[in-house]
Design a protein around this ligand. Structure first.
Ligand code: ZN
Length: 72
């Protein structure tokens, strides 16, 4: 994944986010999907994580690719 330099103002504490790789579990279709090394903007003050729309779309597509063969 490409790293962007678009840092955000944290909505919770007004900190400026830093680009980091995070691990996160997403729940879809009643299942859990573990993703590692996802690019995200992370607030150094409160730890809030922000994913951009493109990253979320990629995650959704990867989940769909894993789920569809099971459903079909
Ligand atoms: Zn914050």
């Amino acid at each position: 994944m490409k790293f962007s330099n678009k840092h955000l103002e944290c909505e919770l504490c007004d900190g400026i986010t830093e680009t980091k790789s995070v691990s996160r579990t997403f729940k879809r279709f009643g299942q859990e999907f573990q993703f590692e090394n996802i690019e995200a903007e992370v607030c150094p003050n409160c730890g809030e994580i922000y994913f951009d729309g493109k990253t979320l779309k990629e995650i959704e597509e990867k989940i769909r690719r894993q789920v569809l063969p099971l459903v079909a």
